[in-house]
Design a protein. Structure first.
Length: 437
Protein backbone atom coordinates (compact mmCIF):
# COMPACT_ATOMS: atom_id res chain seq x y z
CA UNK A 1 0.00 0.00 0.00
CA UNK A 2 1.52 3.37 -1.00
CA UNK A 3 2.26 5.49 2.03
CA UNK A 4 0.41 8.83 1.94
CA UNK A 5 2.62 11.86 2.52
CA UNK A 6 2.03 15.56 1.94
CA UNK A 7 4.31 18.23 0.50
CA UNK A 8 6.56 19.43 3.28
CA UNK A 9 6.67 23.09 2.15
CA UNK A 10 10.37 23.26 2.80
CA UNK A 11 11.99 26.67 3.28
CA UNK A 12 15.46 27.49 2.01
CA UNK A 13 16.04 31.05 3.20
CA UNK A 14 19.36 30.44 4.93
CA UNK A 15 20.66 28.37 2.01
CA UNK A 16 19.79 31.19 -0.36
CA UNK A 17 21.50 33.77 1.86
CA UNK A 18 24.59 31.56 2.14
CA UNK A 19 24.57 31.08 -1.63
CA UNK A 20 24.54 34.87 -2.14
CA UNK A 21 27.51 35.23 0.20
CA UNK A 22 29.38 32.33 -1.42
CA UNK A 23 29.02 33.85 -4.90
CA UNK A 24 30.99 36.88 -3.75
CA UNK A 25 34.15 34.86 -3.11
CA UNK A 26 33.72 31.56 -4.99
CA UNK A 27 32.99 31.44 -8.76
CA UNK A 28 29.32 30.54 -9.07
CA UNK A 29 29.22 30.06 -5.29
CA UNK A 30 30.30 26.44 -5.58
CA UNK A 31 33.49 24.43 -5.81
CA UNK A 32 32.06 22.05 -8.38
CA UNK A 33 29.60 23.26 -11.06
CA UNK A 34 26.97 20.55 -10.82
CA UNK A 35 26.18 21.67 -7.23
CA UNK A 36 24.94 25.05 -8.50
CA UNK A 37 21.52 23.69 -9.62
CA UNK A 38 22.03 25.33 -13.05
CA UNK A 39 20.39 22.35 -14.76
CA UNK A 40 17.27 22.50 -12.58
CA UNK A 41 17.07 26.16 -11.54
CA UNK A 42 16.78 27.64 -8.08
CA UNK A 43 19.42 28.15 -5.42
CA UNK A 44 21.51 25.20 -4.25
CA UNK A 45 21.00 23.76 -0.82
CA UNK A 46 23.66 24.30 1.82
CA UNK A 47 24.15 21.28 4.04
CA UNK A 48 24.90 21.69 7.75
CA UNK A 49 25.51 18.03 8.58
CA UNK A 50 24.56 14.53 7.50
CA UNK A 51 24.04 11.20 9.23
CA UNK A 52 23.11 7.84 7.71
CA UNK A 53 20.72 8.35 4.79
CA UNK A 54 19.84 11.93 5.74
CA UNK A 55 21.10 15.42 4.99
CA UNK A 56 20.28 18.23 7.43
CA UNK A 57 20.40 21.56 5.62
CA UNK A 58 20.96 25.07 6.94
CA UNK A 59 17.21 25.65 7.20
CA UNK A 60 16.74 22.61 9.46
CA UNK A 61 15.17 20.55 6.63
CA UNK A 62 15.83 16.81 6.70
CA UNK A 63 16.34 15.36 3.23
CA UNK A 64 16.61 11.72 2.21
CA UNK A 65 19.88 11.69 0.25
CA UNK A 66 20.09 9.85 -3.09
CA UNK A 67 23.40 11.46 -4.08
CA UNK A 68 25.62 10.65 -1.07
CA UNK A 69 28.39 13.02 -2.13
CA UNK A 70 28.14 11.57 -5.67
CA UNK A 71 28.86 8.04 -4.52
CA UNK A 72 31.32 7.81 -1.59
CA UNK A 73 28.75 7.46 1.21
CA UNK A 74 27.73 3.93 0.26
CA UNK A 75 27.39 3.03 3.96
CA UNK A 76 25.67 6.29 4.85
CA UNK A 77 26.99 9.62 6.11
CA UNK A 78 29.22 9.76 9.20
CA UNK A 79 29.58 6.00 9.40
CA UNK A 80 31.13 5.25 12.82
CA UNK A 81 33.90 3.01 11.44
CA UNK A 82 35.06 5.77 9.10
CA UNK A 83 34.65 8.64 11.56
CA UNK A 84 36.49 6.84 14.35
CA UNK A 85 39.35 5.88 12.01
CA UNK A 86 39.73 9.48 10.84
CA UNK A 87 39.54 10.98 14.35
CA UNK A 88 42.14 8.57 15.73
CA UNK A 89 44.47 9.07 12.76
CA UNK A 90 44.17 12.86 12.88
CA UNK A 91 45.47 12.88 16.44
CA UNK A 92 48.75 11.43 15.11
CA UNK A 93 49.18 13.94 12.29
CA UNK A 94 47.46 14.13 8.93
CA UNK A 95 50.17 14.13 6.27
CA UNK A 96 53.94 13.69 6.25
CA UNK A 97 54.93 13.51 2.58
CA UNK A 98 56.69 10.28 3.51
CA UNK A 99 55.69 6.61 3.19
CA UNK A 100 53.38 5.21 5.88
CA UNK A 101 52.30 1.64 6.62
CA UNK A 102 48.62 2.42 6.15
CA UNK A 103 49.19 3.07 2.43
CA UNK A 104 50.47 -0.47 2.04
CA UNK A 105 47.54 -1.83 4.05
CA UNK A 106 44.86 -0.20 1.88
CA UNK A 107 46.80 -0.99 -1.31
CA UNK A 108 47.03 -4.66 -0.37
CA UNK A 109 43.32 -4.77 0.53
CA UNK A 110 42.28 -3.11 -2.76
CA UNK A 111 44.50 -5.49 -4.75
CA UNK A 112 42.90 -8.44 -2.94
CA UNK A 113 39.37 -7.19 -3.74
CA UNK A 114 39.73 -6.25 -7.43
CA UNK A 115 40.57 -8.72 -10.24
CA UNK A 116 43.53 -8.29 -12.64
CA UNK A 117 45.53 -5.78 -10.62
CA UNK A 118 48.91 -6.35 -8.98
CA UNK A 119 49.72 -2.76 -7.98
CA UNK A 120 47.83 0.47 -7.28
CA UNK A 121 48.92 4.12 -7.06
CA UNK A 122 46.93 6.53 -4.89
CA UNK A 123 46.15 10.10 -5.95
CA UNK A 124 43.69 12.73 -4.72
CA UNK A 125 40.69 12.58 -7.05
CA UNK A 126 39.04 10.59 -9.79
CA UNK A 127 40.22 13.18 -12.30
CA UNK A 128 43.81 12.68 -11.23
CA UNK A 129 43.38 8.91 -11.40
CA UNK A 130 41.99 8.97 -14.96
CA UNK A 131 44.49 11.60 -16.15
CA UNK A 132 47.39 9.55 -14.76
CA UNK A 133 46.02 6.28 -16.15
CA UNK A 134 45.89 7.76 -19.66
CA UNK A 135 49.43 9.13 -19.35
CA UNK A 136 50.61 5.71 -18.22
CA UNK A 137 48.78 4.03 -21.11
CA UNK A 138 50.46 6.44 -23.56
CA UNK A 139 53.85 5.96 -21.93
CA UNK A 140 53.52 2.18 -21.84
CA UNK A 141 52.31 1.81 -25.44
CA UNK A 142 54.23 4.70 -27.02
CA UNK A 143 50.98 5.78 -28.75
CA UNK A 144 49.23 9.16 -28.42
CA UNK A 145 45.52 8.79 -29.19
CA UNK A 146 42.73 7.69 -26.86
CA UNK A 147 39.12 6.69 -27.46
CA UNK A 148 36.50 7.99 -25.05
CA UNK A 149 32.72 7.78 -25.35
CA UNK A 150 30.32 10.69 -25.83
CA UNK A 151 28.60 11.33 -22.51
CA UNK A 152 31.19 9.56 -20.40
CA UNK A 153 32.93 11.74 -17.83
CA UNK A 154 36.42 10.97 -16.57
CA UNK A 155 37.03 14.21 -14.68
CA UNK A 156 38.09 17.62 -15.93
CA UNK A 157 41.52 16.85 -17.39
CA UNK A 158 41.86 18.45 -20.86
CA UNK A 159 41.90 15.16 -22.76
CA UNK A 160 38.49 14.22 -21.39
CA UNK A 161 36.55 17.47 -21.87
CA UNK A 162 35.47 16.40 -25.33
CA UNK A 163 31.72 15.85 -25.24
CA UNK A 164 32.00 14.89 -21.59
CA UNK A 165 29.04 13.90 -19.46
CA UNK A 166 28.00 14.97 -15.97
CA UNK A 167 28.21 18.69 -15.28
CA UNK A 168 29.95 19.43 -18.57
CA UNK A 169 26.78 18.51 -20.48
CA UNK A 170 24.45 20.67 -18.45
CA UNK A 171 26.54 23.69 -19.38
CA UNK A 172 25.91 23.15 -23.09
CA UNK A 173 29.61 23.53 -23.77
CA UNK A 174 30.69 19.95 -24.32
CA UNK A 175 34.12 21.07 -25.53
CA UNK A 176 35.27 23.39 -22.78
CA UNK A 177 37.22 26.53 -23.78
CA UNK A 178 40.84 26.18 -22.74
CA UNK A 179 41.20 22.73 -24.27
CA UNK A 180 43.70 23.17 -27.11
CA UNK A 181 43.22 21.77 -30.60
CA UNK A 182 46.43 19.83 -30.08
CA UNK A 183 44.93 18.06 -27.10
CA UNK A 184 41.50 17.56 -28.63
CA UNK A 185 42.92 15.95 -31.79
CA UNK A 186 44.27 13.04 -29.72
CA UNK A 187 40.86 12.27 -28.21
CA UNK A 188 38.65 10.20 -30.50
CA UNK A 189 34.95 10.12 -29.68
CA UNK A 190 32.83 6.96 -29.95
CA UNK A 191 29.17 6.20 -29.30
CA UNK A 192 28.43 4.20 -26.15
CA UNK A 193 27.09 0.70 -26.81
CA UNK A 194 28.15 0.93 -30.49
CA UNK A 195 30.92 -1.61 -31.19
CA UNK A 196 30.86 -1.03 -34.96
CA UNK A 197 31.66 2.64 -34.38
CA UNK A 198 34.57 1.76 -32.11
CA UNK A 199 35.93 -0.69 -34.70
CA UNK A 200 35.72 1.97 -37.43
CA UNK A 201 37.70 4.41 -35.29
CA UNK A 202 40.33 1.80 -34.47
CA UNK A 203 40.71 0.85 -38.13
CA UNK A 204 41.02 4.48 -39.22
CA UNK A 205 43.66 5.20 -36.56
CA UNK A 206 45.69 2.01 -36.88
CA UNK A 207 48.61 1.72 -34.44
CA UNK A 208 47.97 5.21 -33.06
CA UNK A 209 45.62 4.47 -30.15
CA UNK A 210 47.06 3.91 -26.68
CA UNK A 211 43.83 3.07 -24.88
CA UNK A 212 40.09 3.04 -24.77
CA UNK A 213 38.78 4.63 -21.57
CA UNK A 214 35.18 3.91 -20.63
CA UNK A 215 32.75 4.00 -17.74
CA UNK A 216 31.90 0.26 -17.94
CA UNK A 217 28.52 1.15 -16.47
CA UNK A 218 27.94 4.76 -17.41
CA UNK A 219 26.68 7.11 -14.71
CA UNK A 220 27.35 10.53 -16.24
CA UNK A 221 24.58 10.42 -18.82
CA UNK A 222 22.28 9.21 -16.12
CA UNK A 223 22.81 5.48 -15.53
CA UNK A 224 23.41 3.55 -18.76
CA UNK A 225 24.41 -0.12 -18.40
CA UNK A 226 26.43 -1.74 -21.21
CA UNK A 227 24.30 -3.67 -23.70
CA UNK A 228 24.88 -7.45 -23.71
CA UNK A 229 28.22 -8.19 -25.37
CA UNK A 230 29.38 -4.58 -25.56
CA UNK A 231 32.18 -4.79 -22.99
CA UNK A 232 33.21 -8.26 -24.20
CA UNK A 233 33.36 -6.86 -27.73
CA UNK A 234 35.46 -3.93 -26.56
CA UNK A 235 37.84 -6.38 -24.89
CA UNK A 236 38.23 -8.35 -28.13
CA UNK A 237 38.72 -5.22 -30.26
CA UNK A 238 41.39 -3.91 -27.86
CA UNK A 239 43.19 -7.28 -27.98
CA UNK A 240 43.00 -7.38 -31.77
CA UNK A 241 44.36 -3.83 -32.14
CA UNK A 242 46.88 -4.00 -29.28
CA UNK A 243 45.09 -1.22 -27.35
CA UNK A 244 44.80 -1.03 -23.56
CA UNK A 245 41.27 -1.17 -22.10
CA UNK A 246 40.86 1.25 -19.18
CA UNK A 247 37.77 0.86 -17.00
CA UNK A 248 36.97 4.11 -15.26
CA UNK A 249 35.43 2.67 -12.08
CA UNK A 250 35.52 5.91 -10.12
CA UNK A 251 31.74 5.50 -9.74
CA UNK A 252 31.31 1.73 -9.98
CA UNK A 253 34.42 0.59 -8.10
CA UNK A 254 33.63 -0.95 -4.70
CA UNK A 255 29.96 -0.01 -5.38
CA UNK A 256 28.59 -2.59 -7.82
CA UNK A 257 30.51 -5.42 -6.14
CA UNK A 258 33.71 -5.95 -4.17
CA UNK A 259 35.59 -6.28 -7.46
CA UNK A 260 33.56 -3.66 -9.31
CA UNK A 261 32.32 -4.19 -12.86
CA UNK A 262 35.14 -6.59 -13.75
CA UNK A 263 33.79 -9.01 -11.14
CA UNK A 264 30.09 -8.24 -11.64
CA UNK A 265 30.10 -8.64 -15.44
CA UNK A 266 33.18 -10.91 -15.73
CA UNK A 267 35.09 -8.70 -18.19
CA UNK A 268 38.80 -8.00 -17.73
CA UNK A 269 40.29 -4.52 -18.10
CA UNK A 270 44.00 -3.68 -18.42
CA UNK A 271 43.81 -0.69 -16.08
CA UNK A 272 41.18 0.46 -13.61
CA UNK A 273 40.66 3.87 -12.05
CA UNK A 274 39.00 4.51 -8.71
CA UNK A 275 37.64 7.39 -6.65
CA UNK A 276 34.65 8.14 -4.41
CA UNK A 277 34.09 4.97 -2.29
CA UNK A 278 37.84 4.15 -2.11
CA UNK A 279 38.35 7.34 -0.07
CA UNK A 280 35.40 6.87 2.29
CA UNK A 281 34.48 10.53 1.74
CA UNK A 282 38.00 11.96 1.87
CA UNK A 283 39.91 13.00 -1.28
CA UNK A 284 41.29 9.76 -2.72
CA UNK A 285 41.61 8.50 -6.27
CA UNK A 286 43.67 5.58 -7.52
CA UNK A 287 44.67 3.71 -10.64
CA UNK A 288 45.73 0.10 -10.84
CA UNK A 289 46.91 -2.54 -13.30
CA UNK A 290 49.06 -5.62 -13.60
CA UNK A 291 52.70 -5.20 -12.54
CA UNK A 292 54.23 -4.96 -16.05
CA UNK A 293 52.19 -1.80 -16.69
CA UNK A 294 52.43 -0.19 -13.24
CA UNK A 295 56.20 -0.63 -13.10
CA UNK A 296 56.46 1.95 -15.90
CA UNK A 297 55.56 4.58 -13.29
CA UNK A 298 58.16 6.79 -11.61
CA UNK A 299 60.28 6.21 -9.60
CA UNK A 300 60.60 2.70 -11.16
CA UNK A 301 59.90 3.68 -14.74
CA UNK A 302 59.87 6.75 -17.01
CA UNK A 303 56.19 7.77 -16.74
CA UNK A 304 56.05 10.64 -14.27
CA UNK A 305 53.21 11.14 -11.80
CA UNK A 306 53.31 12.66 -8.31
CA UNK A 307 51.29 14.38 -5.56
CA UNK A 308 52.00 16.13 -2.28
CA UNK A 309 49.02 14.63 -0.48
CA UNK A 310 48.80 11.36 -2.38
CA UNK A 311 48.34 8.53 0.12
CA UNK A 312 48.16 10.88 3.09
CA UNK A 313 47.40 8.85 6.22
CA UNK A 314 44.19 10.71 7.08
CA UNK A 315 42.54 9.94 3.74
CA UNK A 316 44.00 6.44 3.79
CA UNK A 317 42.42 5.86 7.20
CA UNK A 318 38.97 6.79 5.84
CA UNK A 319 39.44 4.65 2.75
CA UNK A 320 40.81 1.66 4.64
CA UNK A 321 37.89 1.76 7.09
CA UNK A 322 35.41 1.92 4.20
CA UNK A 323 36.99 -0.88 2.15
CA UNK A 324 37.35 -3.04 5.27
CA UNK A 325 33.62 -2.66 6.03
CA UNK A 326 32.74 -3.65 2.46
CA UNK A 327 35.24 -6.49 2.28
CA UNK A 328 34.08 -7.96 5.60
CA UNK A 329 30.37 -7.58 4.78
CA UNK A 330 29.96 -8.39 1.06
CA UNK A 331 26.24 -9.01 1.61
CA UNK A 332 25.97 -5.19 1.57
CA UNK A 333 26.18 -5.29 -2.23
CA UNK A 334 23.12 -7.54 -2.48
CA UNK A 335 21.28 -5.42 0.05
CA UNK A 336 22.04 -2.31 -2.03
CA UNK A 337 20.88 -4.01 -5.24
CA UNK A 338 17.66 -5.24 -3.57
CA UNK A 339 16.82 -1.76 -2.25
CA UNK A 340 17.50 -0.24 -5.66
CA UNK A 341 15.25 -2.83 -7.37
CA UNK A 342 12.50 -2.10 -4.80
CA UNK A 343 12.83 1.63 -5.52
CA UNK A 344 12.79 0.98 -9.28
CA UNK A 345 9.55 -1.00 -9.08
CA UNK A 346 7.90 1.60 -6.84
CA UNK A 347 8.84 4.56 -9.01
CA UNK A 348 7.75 2.77 -12.19
CA UNK A 349 4.32 2.03 -10.68
CA UNK A 350 3.90 5.57 -9.36
CA UNK A 351 4.79 7.19 -12.70
CA UNK A 352 2.67 4.72 -14.68
CA UNK A 353 -0.29 5.50 -12.41
CA UNK A 354 -0.19 9.03 -13.86
CA UNK A 355 0.84 8.11 -17.42
CA UNK A 356 4.18 9.86 -17.13
CA UNK A 357 6.39 8.92 -20.10
CA UNK A 358 9.69 7.69 -18.69
CA UNK A 359 12.27 4.97 -18.71
CA UNK A 360 14.40 3.85 -15.78
CA UNK A 361 17.94 2.47 -16.09
CA UNK A 362 19.38 0.47 -13.22
CA UNK A 363 22.30 -1.79 -12.43
CA UNK A 364 23.21 -2.75 -8.87
CA UNK A 365 22.87 0.37 -6.71
CA UNK A 366 22.96 2.82 -9.63
CA UNK A 367 19.67 4.05 -11.02
CA UNK A 368 18.32 7.01 -12.99
CA UNK A 369 14.91 8.17 -14.22
CA UNK A 370 14.83 9.45 -17.82
CA UNK A 371 11.71 11.29 -19.01
CA UNK A 372 12.18 9.83 -22.47
CA UNK A 373 10.01 7.44 -24.48
CA UNK A 374 12.82 5.39 -26.05
CA UNK A 375 15.33 3.21 -24.26
CA UNK A 376 18.34 5.27 -23.10
CA UNK A 377 21.46 3.51 -24.38
CA UNK A 378 23.88 6.35 -25.19
CA UNK A 379 24.36 10.11 -24.98
CA UNK A 380 22.02 10.94 -27.88
CA UNK A 381 19.10 8.95 -26.44
CA UNK A 382 19.81 10.35 -22.97
CA UNK A 383 19.74 13.88 -24.40
CA UNK A 384 16.22 13.25 -25.77
CA UNK A 385 14.87 13.21 -22.22
CA UNK A 386 12.38 15.98 -21.39
CA UNK A 387 14.40 18.33 -19.22
CA UNK A 388 11.40 20.48 -18.27
CA UNK A 389 9.71 17.41 -16.81
CA UNK A 390 12.95 16.53 -15.05
CA UNK A 391 13.16 19.99 -13.47
CA UNK A 392 9.57 19.71 -12.18
CA UNK A 393 10.31 16.21 -10.91
CA UNK A 394 13.49 17.36 -9.14
CA UNK A 395 11.82 20.28 -7.37
CA UNK A 396 8.71 18.28 -6.60
CA UNK A 397 10.81 15.62 -4.90
CA UNK A 398 12.72 18.31 -3.03
CA UNK A 399 9.40 19.72 -1.76
CA UNK A 400 8.83 16.27 -0.28
CA UNK A 401 12.22 16.21 1.41
CA UNK A 402 13.85 13.91 -1.15
CA UNK A 403 17.21 14.96 -2.65
CA UNK A 404 17.95 13.43 -6.06
CA UNK A 405 20.61 14.44 -8.61
CA UNK A 406 20.12 18.09 -9.71
CA UNK A 407 20.64 16.98 -13.32
CA UNK A 408 19.17 14.35 -15.64
CA UNK A 409 22.74 13.50 -16.65
CA UNK A 410 23.63 11.92 -13.33
CA UNK A 411 23.02 8.59 -11.66
CA UNK A 412 21.43 8.31 -8.24
CA UNK A 413 23.66 6.63 -5.65
CA UNK A 414 21.92 4.34 -3.18
CA UNK A 415 23.30 4.07 0.34
CA UNK A 416 22.84 1.01 2.50
CA UNK A 417 21.73 3.33 5.31
CA UNK A 418 18.39 3.72 3.49
CA UNK A 419 15.56 1.80 5.16
CA UNK A 420 12.56 0.36 3.34
CA UNK A 421 10.51 3.04 5.14
CA UNK A 422 12.72 5.66 3.47
CA UNK A 423 12.12 3.94 0.13
CA UNK A 424 8.36 3.88 0.71
CA UNK A 425 8.44 7.59 1.60
CA UNK A 426 10.35 8.25 -1.63
CA UNK A 427 7.89 6.22 -3.72
CA UNK A 428 4.95 8.01 -2.12
CA UNK A 429 6.59 11.34 -2.97
CA UNK A 430 6.95 10.22 -6.60
CA UNK A 431 3.23 9.37 -6.61
CA UNK A 432 2.38 12.88 -5.36
CA UNK A 433 4.78 14.62 -7.73
CA UNK A 434 3.67 12.56 -10.75
CA UNK A 435 0.18 14.11 -10.51
CA UNK A 436 1.67 17.48 -11.46
CA UNK A 437 4.15 16.44 -14.18
P1 LIG B 1 36.54 13.59 -9.33
O1 LIG B 1 37.75 14.31 -9.92
O2 LIG B 1 35.30 14.45 -9.32
O3 LIG B 1 36.84 12.95 -7.97
O4 LIG B 1 36.23 12.32 -10.27
C1 LIG B 1 36.02 12.54 -11.65
C2 LIG B 1 35.21 11.39 -12.19
C3 LIG B 1 35.85 10.41 -12.95
N1 LIG B 1 35.17 9.35 -13.44
C4 LIG B 1 33.85 9.20 -13.21
C5 LIG B 1 33.14 8.01 -13.78
C6 LIG B 1 33.13 10.17 -12.45
O5 LIG B 1 31.81 10.01 -12.24
C7 LIG B 1 33.83 11.28 -11.92
C8 LIG B 1 33.13 12.35 -11.11
N2 LIG B 1 31.73 12.23 -10.97
C9 LIG B 1 30.98 13.46 -10.81
C10 LIG B 1 29.50 13.08 -10.71
N3 LIG B 1 29.01 12.59 -11.92
C11 LIG B 1 31.46 14.25 -9.64
C12 LIG B 1 30.52 15.35 -9.23
C13 LIG B 1 31.12 16.69 -9.50
O6 LIG B 1 31.70 16.90 -10.59
O7 LIG B 1 30.98 17.54 -8.59
Amino acid sequence: MTKKISIKHMIYQRSSALFAAAQKVIPGGVNSPVRAFKAVGGDPIFVKEARGAYLYDEDENRLIDYINSWGPMILGHAHPAVVNAVVEKAKKGTSFGMPTEIETQIAALAVSMVPNIDKIRFVNSGTEACMSAVRLARGYTGKDKIIKFAGCYHGHSDSFLIQAGSGAVTFGSPNSPGVTKGTAQDTLLARYNDLAHVEDIMTSNKDEIACVIIEPVAGNMGCIPPEKGFLEGLRSLCDAHNILLVFDEVMTGFRLSKGGVQELLDVNADMITFGKVIGGGLPVGAFAAREEIMNHLAPLGPVYQAGTLSGNPLAMAAGLAMLTELNDNPEIFNSLADKTEYLHKGITKALHNHNVIHTINRLGSMISVHFAEDKVVDFDTAAKGNNDTFKKFFHGMLDHGIYIAPSAFESWFITDALTYEDLDETIAAVENVARRL
